[in-house]
Design a protein around this ligand. Structure first.
Ligand code: GDP
Length: 460
């Protein structure tokens, strides 16, 4: 189908995909829960749909939640699809090309706590990938003396506070705006923001009371409508394209993929190509799985089989040979195309994030392809050479790899968001290989640099 056809048919606009990022404990999960909760209360029963790894909130529900703030006739997008796994997966959900997943993002910042390491990390990724975002300045209900105004836009609630309360919140909000400006963004409180492209809206919210959530949804719809439309024109009937969120063992199904489909259609029996840790996988979809409705969750069967799914959607794929599939990697339906051509496409996409490795250096491991890319970038910036970079937990063979380093300071493994397998830990101890792990990239870099400095000092 040509571009002209897709622009003429609003049915071809898929749901914008929204990622939620931010520092641990700043309220990402609570905010997602609140959005889901308000949608369930306000919307017709069943109107929101739970996907694997995502929640779809259709436009009519968004507009009910947002009340007078959203006029559904202004929008021709079908709603919003929120990726449910905040935090750790943010790096794979924000890849800039190829595996690009999130169209827009919410950066959650606790107003009491301000910018923290993971906030800064998220900002870097948002910037690198050019992802439009809004800042949810969360936990405004904890400002002493704060008085909620029910069902009012958050600006009105803000205006209704006493001078003392307002100035306390102002201080925190302007600190956030200052941090954003330090990161190269102009920003303002959302009710003063006119242009959401060059100017980031800061929206005071409470994931606890729900204040500001309608405003947040409104701004998200506005962002999606204005800036993301061309990318959301998809060929719904074309071959499906998606990104692996997680590779999971599922009882009765073996290794499965949790995937966000951002283009086209995937059907049971389709031949698919999936990025793997060693080799590109070509396999056939055995089953497409959706979570069962909440009421049935206690029953044995946790998933429903479906014949096909259209973008945008979160789904689980069961297929043979998925053991080496990589979180963050692309998934493509082959369709009428030549399978070799699709394999090449997937490999080209993986090559885009291939990490430059040197003959001598440390070993790095990360949980997803996106986070590996972010970690590799940080290593490059810090001028720490990398000998091997892979997605996955730290295993004995990584230790073996680290022992091949000539320089003792490189007998080191840096792991981001990964587990250290028991036998790897023992082997590392036996072989004098150091392991650093953290869920903050810059912590890893700092820890390593500190170790190198101390070591050099000791040698003098
Ligand atoms: P995450 O790690 O970013 O997903 O953070 P959570 O959503 O788990 O929230 C961390 C803690 O902050 C939990 O105890 C939440 O109940 C609390 N919390 C989150 N949002 C709010 C809020 O708006 N107001 C208040 N008072 N507490 C909140």
């Amino acid at each position: 189908m040509s571009d002209a056809d897709t622009t003429e048919d609003p049915g071809e606009l898929r749901t914008p995909i929204v990622a939620v990022l931010g520092h641990v404990d700043h309220g990402k999960t609570s905010l997602l829960d609140k959005i889901r909760g308000s949608a369930v209360i306000e919307g017709e029963a069943g109107a929101i749909t739970q996907h694997i790894g995502a929640t779809a909130v259709p436009l009519d529900v968004v507009s009910e939640v947002a009340g007078s703030l959203v006029d559904p006739t202004e929008f021709d997008l079908p709603g919003l699809l929120f990726i449910d796994t905040p935090g750790h997966h943010s790096f794979s959900t924000l890849r800039s090309r190829g595996g690009a997943l999130a169209d827009i993002a919410i950066l959650v910042v606790d107003v009491n706590d301000g910018f923290q390491p993971q906030t800064e990390e998220a900002i870097r990724i948002l910037k690198d990938t050019g992802t439009p975002f809004v800042v949810a300045a969360n936990k405004i209900d904890t400002i002493p003396g704060w008085n909620p105004t029910e069902d009012a836009p958050v600006q009105q609630t803000y205006d209704n506070q006493s001078d003392r309360v307002r100035s306390q919140l102002d201080e925190a909000l302007y600190e956030l705006i200052g941090e954003l400006s330090g990161a190269g963004f102009s920003s303002d409180l959302y009710w003063r923001v006119q242009d959401f492209q060059s100017n980031i809206g800061v929206i005071p919210v409470s994931a606890e009371t729900g204040e500001g959530v309608p405003d947040l949804l409104t701004v998200l719809m506005g962002l999606a409508q204005r800036y993301m439309k061309s990318e959301m024109e998809v060929n719904i009937d074309g071959p499906g394209a998606g990104t692996v969120l997680e590779v999971k063992d599922e009882r009765g199904f073996g290794t499965t993929l949790d995937v966000i489909l951002y283009d086209g259609t995937i059907r049971q029996g389709d031949q698919i190509v999936v990025g793997g840790t060693n080799e590109t996988i070509v396999t056939e979809v055995r089953a497409l799985l959706k979570p069962r409705e909440l009421a049935e969750i206690r029953t044995e069967k946790r998933f429903d089989d479906v014949e096909s799914m259209q973008a945008a959607a979160g789904l689980k794929i069961a297929a043979p040979d998925l053991d080496e599939a990589m979180a963050g990697a692309p998934v493509r339906v082959v369709g009428d195309r030549d399978v070799e051509a699709v394999v090449e496409e997937v490999e080209a996409e993986l090559a885009e994030v291939a990490v430059e490795t040197a003959e001598e250096g440390v070993v790095v491991k990360a949980d997803t392809l996106g986070s590996l890319e972010a970690l590799a970038n940080a290593m490059e910036e810090a001028e720490i050479p990398v000998m091997a970079a892979e997605v996955g937990d730290i295993a004995p063979r990584d230790v073996a790899m680290a022992t091949t380093a000539d320089d003792d300071k490189h007998r080191t493994i840096l792991g981001f968001n990964v587990d250290v397998l028991g036998d790897a830990e023992q082997k590392a101890e036996d072989e004098d290989v150091r392991i650093f792990d953290s869920d903050v990239i810059y912590q890893l870099v700092d820890d390593y640099e500190e170790f190198v400095e101390e070591r050099e000092r000791a040698q003098q």
